[in-house]
Ligand binder design. Structure first.
Ligand SMILES: C[S@@+](CC[C@H](N)C(=O)[O-])C[C@H]1O[C@@H](n2cnc3c(N)ncnc32)[C@H](O)[C@@H]1O
Length: 362
């Protein structure tokens, strides 16, 4: 069971993250601390003015400016958190949760963990009774992911493991054969992991791959087919186009995030099951990995972040996580002090009532 829970609704408390929108529409996210002041170039905002207010309140800064105070959504957080590797955007994360049928209590394997954006969505969907095993071969990326997850949730969830290493090598030591409900692969070469993933998936379990290019899509689909261990893969791409809706000016936005990646899903067959041939395979689908490389040379290259940038992102994520943990501890101490004060006040009131001969209510 996971114990990492940050309040997602209700009035603002010490330790909560708050997204402030200022008079010019500029966004700032702060963590609430009793007695602290958030300084802007237009004056300051006392945290105490926000603490205790309902979510989505308008608060006034020291120079009279109004700020909208909102608890950030997970979408807001992942789009602004420190990044090591490129993240899965919310539009694709939403589809992954739906297409992969991520359910409360599921045991899920994820590789690579990257910046931890998808890990956050997965942890939320599996709930406290689920289990997420994330794998990442680069330690600095895992540091960024751990910092981001801890920063958002207020603590590192106990139902989340992060294993540093190559998925193929590390997976058997973490997940026994047939024990996993869902596998999510967001990595350069998912086709290298298909057999290993098949052995940990339960019959009927689902593999979903997030893939950046068409050559990778084709390569992973053929690798899955070749194993004979899965249903025929389904592939799709999701484009979300925002709309400007104001009075009679109703039209699509001029800009959009167009291509991010493709999604491919396939279900694990039961041991010994042979897939009925629903489709005739054309011989032109037979090609080797060398053919793919020759077709689009270099297309499979991974863009790597510089060590300096990565160390900076890891430090930023870890600092935010430390602050989140400290803020939770302060909030707990404040709650304890309040409870003690209440108890003392009750004892005094009871003593007074006793002295006056009243019978205490039961
Ligand atoms: C694009 S990032 C993942 C981003 C992540 N899904 C997110 O939303 O933040 C891909 C990650 O896969 C890792 N990776 C690639 N191949 C791997 C393998 N065989 N085993 C473990 N991790 C791998 C890379 O180091 C990289 O961090």
């Amino acid at each position: 069971m996971s114990d990492a829970v940050r309040r997602q609704s209700g009035p603002f408390h010490v330790g909560d993250k708050v997204q402030l929108t200022g008079p010019k529409g500029r966004l700032n996210t702060i963590s609430l601390e009793a007695g602290a002041i958030f300084h802007t170039h237009r004056g300051g905002i006392e945290h105490d003015v926000i603490i205790g207010q309902p979510d989505a309140s308008v608060v006034t800064g020291t120079t009279g400016d109004d700020y909208l105070a909102l608890r950030p959504l997970l979408t807001d957080f992942v789009m602004s958190m420190p990044r090591g590797a490129a993240i899965i955007y919310p539009k694709d994360a939403a589809q992954i949760l739906a297409f992969a049928d991520i359910f409360p209590g599921a045991t899920v394997v994820e590789a690579g963990v990257g910046s931890g954006a998808l890990s956050l969505w997965l942890l939320r969907a599996i709930g406290p009774d689920g289990q997420l095993h994330s794998f990442e071969r680069r330690e600095e990326f895992a540091r960024v992911a751990r910092g981001n997850v801890t920063s958002f949730l207020g603590a590192e969830p106990s139902n989340w493991t992060v294993t540093i290493g190559d998925l193929v090598e590390a997976l058997p030591g973490v997940a026994p054969a047939g024990s996993v409900d869902r596998v999510v692969l967001d990595m350069l070469a998912p086709w290298e992991c298909i057999e290993d993933v098949a052995s940990v998936l339960t019959p009927g379990g689902l593999l979903i791959c997030y893939i950046a290019t068409v050559t990778q899509l084709s390569r992973v689909a053929e690798a899955i087919r070749r194993t004979g261990l899965f249903t025929d893969p389904d592939s799709s791409e999701t484009m979300v186009r925002g709309w400007h809706v104001e009075g009679l000016a109703v039209r699509p936005d001029h800009r959009m995030i167009a291509h991010t990646g493709f999604l491919l899903t396939a279900r694990r067959l039961a041991p010994g099951a042979i897939l009925p041939q629903l489709k005739r395979r054309a011989s032109k689908t037979d090609f080797s990995d060398e053919d793919v490389e020759a077709w689009t040379p270099g297309s499979l290259g991974e863009r790597s972040a510089s060590d300096k940038r990565l160390r900076k992102a890891a430090r930023a994520a870890e600092t935010a996580a430390d602050r989140a943990i400290a803020a939770e501890a302060n909030a707990d101490a404040a709650a304890e002090a309040d409870a003690e004060a209440d108890a003392e006040a009750n004892t005094a009131a009871n003593a007074e009532a006793g002295a006056g001969g009243d019978t205490p209510a039961t």
